[in-house]
Design a protein around this ligand. Structure first.
Ligand SMILES: Nc1ncnc2c1ncn2[C@@H]1O[C@H](COP(=O)(O)OP(=O)(O)OP(=O)(O)O)[C@@H](O)[C@H]1O
Length: 316
């Protein structure tokens, strides 16, 4: 279990994280989302004892990182893909980490198997692809068999096969009962990977809820209806309380009634239906709607600031 309580961190005049409180529970993947500069990396650094909060606490299983005597056995972290000496073999890299905390060789081979790197264990990590580097990072995070994993952008830059592998692996780790806390800019990816979301903007909490609930909150649900009897059907739907918008090609967009009810109305009136399709919003739409206010440099239209948000730029 991860807990942030009134976490606040300033860099000079800049408040990177502001009175942020949340908990991340076990058994599911929790996504950590926010626009550029929202404070995600700072929060993860505070959690992992790499920086100190000005106020508040960040704890893992009730203890601050620096209070952990064998941190690898409590929390595994993946912060940067290539934080490995390029001349070192995968095996030696893991062995050095393991030995620093009294973990044996057997576990090194176990984690190499877990991430599918056993065959290249004695190859230099410098020659690894990005995907192999991520696998090695995950192997390192798992060395102490921790119940908590903190992963910063684990699928960034990976090809579809690599993304699928990391997604499946994270879900598997969560299914084993671990707490998996993962930051990402890839909305579509988070929508299918994370069961729960913690969303921040300008260092403050915007949402802490199940992914599905967040998507539904972001967009009013509509149902697309096609029928050769569109006029009569539109009237019947309106009489039943639906709000109907008709497009030029005769397609109906219905709010305030669900697809089942629309099917019943059509059937009762003897109207032929060609299509009844619930239109679900995407996580990206919900995210854009809810974080618009929180984007640091919104609306400047400027390309001068490297930190400026990239609306829609994270779509896959
Ligand atoms: N060491 C630092 N010194 C000064 N300002 C910092 C430092 N680290 C972060 N900041 C500022 O704090 C804010 C939050 O940054 P942070 O990197 O935590 O955001 P983020 O959500 O991880 O963003 P991104 O998605 O772009 O990585 C930003 O405005 C950033 O410029």
């Amino acid at each position: 279990m991860i807990e942030a309580k009134n976490l606040t961190k300033r860099y000079g005049d800049k408040v990177a994280v502001k009175d942020l409180s949340f908990t991340v529970g076990p058994g599911k993947v929790t996504g950590f989302l926010g626009p550029n500069g929202a404070g995600k990396s700072t929060t993860m650094r505070l959690l992992l004892g790499l920086d100190h909060p000005d106020r508040g606490t960040a704890t893992i299983d009730g203890r601050r990182y620096r209070e952990l005597t064998t941190p690898l056995a409590v929390v595994g972290a993946l912060l940067e893909a290539k934080a490995v000496h390029p001349g070192r073999t995968a095996y030696n890299h893991l062995l050095c980490l393991a030995q620093s905390q009294g973990i044996g060789k057997k576990r090194v081979y176990e984690v190499l198997d877990l991430v599918g790197l056993r065959e290249v264990a004695h190859k230099r990590a410098g020659g690894f692809s990005l995907g192999m580097g991520q696998r090695l990072g995950l192997a390192a995070a798992l060395l102490g068999d921790p119940a908590v994993l903190v992963l910063d952008e684990p699928v960034n830059g990976l090809d579809p096969e690599g993304i699928l592998w990391v997604r499946t692996f994270m879900r598997q780790l969560a299914a084993e009962g671990r707490t998996v806390f993962v930051s990402s800019h890839l909305m579509n990816e988070m929508a299918v990977t994370a069961e729960h979301l913690i969303i921040i903007g300008r260092g403050s909490l915007i949402a802490d809820c199940p992914t599905q609930e967040f998507i539904e909150r972001g967009k009013k649900q509509t149902v697309l209806v096609r029928s050769p009897n569109a006029d009569e059907l539109a009237e019947a739907i309106a009489r039943a309380g639906g709000t109907v918008t008709r497009s030029d090609d005769g397609e109906l967009s219905v709010e305030d009634l669900d697809a089942t009810r629309i099917g019943e109305i059509a059937s009762a009136g003897g109207h032929v239906l060609h299509e009844v399709v619930p239109q679900r919003g995407t996580l990206e739409e919900a995210f854009m709607a809810l974080t618009r206010e929180s984007v640091e440099y919104a609306g400047t239209g400027s390309t001068r600031d490297a930190d400026a948000p990239k609306p829609g730029g994270d779509a896959q």
